[in-house]
Each structure stands twice: as C-alpha cells, then as structure tokens.
Design a protein around this ligand. Structure first.
Ligand code: HEC
Ligand code: HEC
Ligand code: HEC
Ligand code: HEC
Length: 475
C-alpha cells in the first residue's frame, strides 16, 4: 500500500468538503448581511422623514420628523421666568425708567414700551402693542412669523411691505418657527428674510459663502438687528425694510448713514430735534464683543446642546442663558454657576449706571433746547444743538434698545454711553451760551419726570395746542 497521494480520491473529497464549507460560509454571510440591512431599513422605517412642503409655516407639521426640537421650541411659551435684568416676562420699561417717556416724547414708544419675551408671543405682542401697529405698513410683521416668508414668496417682498399691516392679519397666524430658520428639505439653516441678504449684497459680501458657525448667528440677525423703513419714491417703495449697514454696523457708521440719507423717525416735541429710534441692534452689538471675536455664536449660548434619552440635540427653547447656565456658559467656562451669574450681573449693573448718567443728561438737554426757544432762539440758532442731541440720543439708544443690557459687548457699550453723555453735555453747554446771548443767566427750571405718570402728563404739555411749562424765570 502506498500512502495516498495528494491527487488520490480522499484528497478530492477533502477539497469538496472545503468547497462546500466555503459556499455555506459565503451564503450565511450574505444572508446575515441582508438581515442586518433589513433591520437597519426597518429601524429607519420608523424615521422615514415626512416631506414638508415649501414655506410650511405651521411648526406642528414639522414635529412628525423632529419631535424633540419641536417640544423644546414650544417651551418658549414660558412667560414667568426672571433674571436680574431679563427673562421671559413683560415688564414696563416706562415705569422702570420714566426718562424713556421724555426721550421718546412724540413717538409711540412713550406710550407703550415693554421688554421682549419668548418667540411664542411674537404675533400676540405686536398685535396688542399700545403702539398701534395696525395703522402701520405690513413691514411691521416682518420679524414675527414664518407666514412672512410664505407671503413674500407669493407676493414679492416689496408688495408685502406696502400692504397695510391690518390687511395681513388673517394671513399671519403662526409665531416664529421652523420655517424662519430652516430649509424644510435639508433642514440646513437658511436665511428666509431678504433684508439681511440685501444688506450683505450692498456691502459687497455674499451671504451664501459664510461658515456654518456664522450661520448660527445670522439666522438670528434676520430679526435681532437695527433697521428702518426706506422710502424710495422712484421705485414706488413706501416702507422697504432696510438695515443701515452700508458703511458698517458700528454706531458711528449707522449715524453717518442716517445723516447722509437725512433720515429721521420723528421730530421731538420738546427740543424740535429730528430723531432716529434705534430698534434692537443685538447682532451689531454682539459683533463688537469678545465672544464674536472668539467665534462663539448666538446659538452657542441661547440654543445649547441638550441630551434626552441618550440623544443629543439642539435645545430650541430660546431664552436667557442665565436660566440654563450649566448647558450654555459652563460648557466653556469652568467657573461655578453662581460665579458666572454674578459676573453677568455685575457687567449689567455697570451698564445701567452708565446708561442712567446719559439718560439724565439727555432729558435735560431736550429741556435746555426748549428753554432756548422760550428765550427767543430761532430755528437757525438751534440747528447745531438739535443735531448734537440727535447724535447723543442715537448712541444712548444703540445701547439701551439692545437686549442683554450690554453683556454682549460690555466695553463697547460703555464707550458708546460715555460718548452719549458727553454729546448730551456738549448740547447743554451750547444751550447755556445761547441763553446767555438771549440775556438769560438763571438756571433752567426742570419739570418733574420722576414717574411714568408724571412724565406722560408732562410731555402732553409739549403737544399741539398745549402750553408748555415755563423753563426760564421771568419769561
Ligand atoms: C456668550 C453668550 C452669548 C452670546 C454669544 C449671545 N448672547 Fe444673548 N444674552 C446672553 C446673556 C448672558 C444675556 C443676559 C440674560 C439676562 O439678563 O437674563 C443675553 C440676553 C439676550 C437677550 C435678552 C434676553 C432676556 O431674557 O432679556 C436677547 C434677545 C439676546 N441675548 C439675543 C442674542 C442674539 C441675537 C445673539 C447673537 C447675535 C446673542 N444673544 C448672543 C448671552 C449670550
Ligand atoms: C423671525 C424673527 C426672529 C428670529 C429669526 C429670531 N428672533 Fe428672537 N425674538 C424675535 C421677536 C419678535 C422677539 C420678541 C417676542 C415678544 O416679546 O413677543 C424675540 C425674542 C427673543 C428673546 C427673548 C426671549 C425671552 O424669553 O426673554 C431671545 C433670547 C431671542 N429672541 C433670541 C434669539 C436668538 C438667539 C435667535 C437665533 C437663534 C433668534 N432670537 C431668532 C424675533 C426673532
Ligand atoms: C430661531 C431659529 C430657529 C428656529 C425657529 C428653529 N430652529 Fe432648528 N435649529 C436652529 C439652529 C441654530 C440649529 C443648530 C444647527 C447647526 O448648528 O447645525 C438648529 C438645529 C435643528 C436641527 C438639527 C438637529 C439638532 O437638534 O441639532 C433640527 C432637526 C431642527 N433644528 C429642527 C427644528 C424644528 C422642527 C423647528 C420648529 C419646531 C426648528 N428647528 C426651529 C435654529 C432654529
Ligand atoms: C463656546 C464657548 C463659550 C461659551 C458657550 C461662552 N463663552 Fe464666555 N468666553 C469664551 C471665550 C473664548 C472668551 C474669551 C476669553 C478667552 O479667550 O479666554 C470668553 C470670555 C468671557 C468673559 C470675559 C469677557 C471679558 O471681556 O473679559 C465673560 C464674562 C464670559 N465669557 C461670560 C460668559 C457667559 C456668562 C456665558 C454664557 C451665557 C458664556 N461666556 C458662554 C467662550 C465661551
């Protein structure tokens, strides 16, 4: 018997077994792969995304796909949160600071001026406002609702702005929601308001080329900015929403822009100065601060990540970060929560201090100009002081109207308040000279504006057909 060789019949059997095992392994492998694929498909099946139609303004329709984002978004309904200077509750800025009544005399903000609250109140608050929004153009709706981009897509922005606000009431029913910030197909962050895109274009910048991190602030900059209603008779535009950023977003640059356009919102009845109301230059102020410099976005603080059931997602409860320090600030700053809070409050206390000094000087400046008028100064003689008080108040308002009480850029806000106070005092010095020229050497007699009621009664005396109080002795 010879040893079986590798080419014998048993070798062949071995090869056959090996082949069969190989095929079996391959088949099992393929089967397993297929099962796993099916499982994955099944798992995804529960998350097959429902298509959302273009400009879907009803945020509850988006909830099928994104229940966590939707549920947290709903929480902006909370309206009883308070921090030292912020939180989601309406407080009366006129009762709080009666000087506001004097500074906005002749303008609707002297009648009603409340602190902003959550996004779920945007439509209600603008409708209820004592500033009587319904006599205004459609432009007033622009930052209140995802129905706005839908309507703009239908009618074009210019027509939207020109439609009376009251005619749009039946169309504007949803509060700030998903379609304001997202593309429904890709869920990418998206700019839905033309004014921001146009402001970028006029500065020679393309908003489509910005980084993802910048988009996390720019979605907010669609609304949280300074703006005005541009009139352009040649184009037939009566109230075209425009950001005054052509020269830059700093306060001096906006001031220069408005001067060049000879723009004013109203004429102040006490001083006769042509005034500009700053809205809420939140994005502009933020841009001058340390966090913007270090590329921290609005969403990093106001929409931090949150974990629920092992899933990490973006918290859509946009609110004061002081109500959520552990998820917002504390992610980057390893100080204790109490320390972080007191750091913010101490910054805000100092801004309030600087602001109050500017407010007092500004109120007196308006009355000083009125006193000059009572002493017989002409409009020509008053032109310079009126220009000065306009510049002073525009600066003060850039800080005062901005949300967060200076926290977003503390040094910049203090710098601007110092300039505002200085310009207001320059106005007053010039008035003293003018009074001396008219033979008045006694000090101006300032009326009492120490409460909202007193201030509101007082400004009525400077209205049409009313008799203002005597501001200089003997006249
Ligand atoms: C570094 C964190 C941080 C960044 C970045 C930031 N904020 Fe704030 N924001 C705050 C803090 C802190 C406050 C003060 C909250 C308070 O007083 O309760 C605040 C206040 C506000 C408020 C008022 C909230 C209230 O309850 O009074 C608004 C509105 C706001 N920020 C908008 C923005 C916008 C828009 C941006 C981006 C352009 C931005 N913030 C960027 C931290 C931040
Ligand atoms: C479509 C316009 C719009 C967009 C976009 C928008 N906001 Fe607002 N925001 C508003 C309006 C209007 C209010 C005031 C609502 C009220 O008082 O009824 C407000 C209020 C707030 C408040 C005050 C909430 C509170 O509880 O005190 C904060 C904070 C805020 N916004 C931050 C942001 C941030 C951060 C972004 C971007 C991620 C953003 N907003 C995007 C229009 C907008
Ligand atoms: C004020 C602007 C704003 C509004 C309104 C808004 N989002 Fe977002 N959303 C953001 C920002 C900012 C992010 C973070 C995006 C990033 O960094 O990629 C985000 C992220 C998301 C994501 C990505 C996953 C995650 O959680 O990070 C989903 C999904 C989403 N939002 C769904 C919604 C839905 C649904 C609504 C309406 C109920 C909504 N968003 C309303 C600004 C907004
Ligand atoms: C994404 C990271 C990040 C988040 C979130 C963040 N910060 Fe900051 N913060 C920074 C950076 C970066 C600096 C710059 C200082 C530095 O480089 O160390 C800074 C600086 C500061 C400073 C010093 C400012 C100065 O001029 O000296 C304060 C105060 C501060 N942050 C408070 C806060 C508060 C309050 C919050 C939450 C509302 C917050 N930060 C959220 C990153 C962050």
């Amino acid at each position: 018997m010879t040893e079986p060789t590798s080419s014998g019949p048993s070798a062949l059997k071995g090869w056959l077994v090996f082949g069969a095992v190989l095929v079996a392994v391959l088949i099992t492998g393929l089967l397993l792969a297929s099962i796993m694929e099916r499982r994955a498909e099944a798992a995804q099946g529960q998350r097959v995304l429902q298509p959302i139609k273009a400009w879907e303004s009803d945020s509850s329709k988006w909830a099928v796909n994104w229940p966590r984002e939707h549920a947290s978004w709903k929480q902006t309904e909370q309206k009883d949160t308070k921090t030292k200077y912020g939180g989601s509750h309406q407080y009366d800025l006129l009762a709080d600071v009666p000087a506001n009544v004097i500074l906005f005399a002749g303008y609707p903000f002297s009648v009603d001026y409340k602190q902003a609250r959550g996004h779920q109140y945007a439509v209600k608050d603008v409708t209820d406002s004592g500033r009587n929004i319904m006599t205004k153009p459609g432009t007033c709706w622009t930052c209140k609702s995802p129905d706005v981009p839908r309507l703009m897509a239908e009618m074009g922005p210019a027509k939207f702005y020109d439609t009376p606000a009251k005619d749009l009431i039946p169309e504007i029913t949803h509060n700030i929601g998903c379609a304001d910030c997202h593309d429904p197909n890709t869920m990418a962050l998206a700019i839905s308001r033309p004014a921001l895109i146009e402001a970028f274009e006029r500065q020679g910048k393309d908003i489509k080329s910005v980084s993802h991190q910048e988009m996390r602030s720019l979605v907010c900059a669609q609304c949280h900015v300074e703006y005005y209603f541009k009139k352009d008779e040649a184009k037939g535009e009566k109230a075209y929403l425009t950001f005054p950023w052509d020269k830059g977003t700093g306060v001096e640059e906006m001031d220069a822009y408005y001067d060049e356009k000879q723009f004013s919102d109203w004429t102040h009845p006490i001083s006769g100065a042509k005034m500009v109301k700053m809205q809420h230059p939140d994005y502009e102020v933020y841009s001058k601060g340390i966090h913007a410099y270090r590329n921290v976005s609005c969403a990093d603080c106001h929409m931090p990540y949150k974990t629920e059931g092992g899933q990490k997602f973006t918290d859509h409860h946009v609110q004061s970060p002081l109500l959520n320090i552990s998820n917002s600030c504390a992610v980057c700053h390893r100080w204790g929560e109490e320390e972080i809070k007191s750091r913010v409050e101490s910054i805000q206390d100092k801004i309030v201090h600087g602001r109050a000094i500017a407010e007092d000087a500004l109120c007196k400046a308006h009355f000083d100009i009125a006193a000059c008028k009572q002493a017989g100064a002409t409009d020509e003689e008053l032109a310079e002081v009126r220009k000065l008080v306009r510049k002073a108040q525009l600066r003060w308002d850039y800080v005062a109207a901005n949300n967060g009480l200076g926290f977003h850029a503390p040094q910049e806000c203090q710098r601007i308040l110092a300039d505002a106070a200085d310009l207001a005092q320059q106005t007053r010095v010039a008035c003293v000279r003018l009074l001396a020229k008219k033979g008045v050497s006694d000090p101006v007699i300032y009326p009492d504006w120490s409460s909202k009621q007193k201030a509101q009664d007082l400004i009525k005396l400077f209205g049409k057909d009313a008799t203002p109080p005597k501001l200089i002795a003997g006249k």
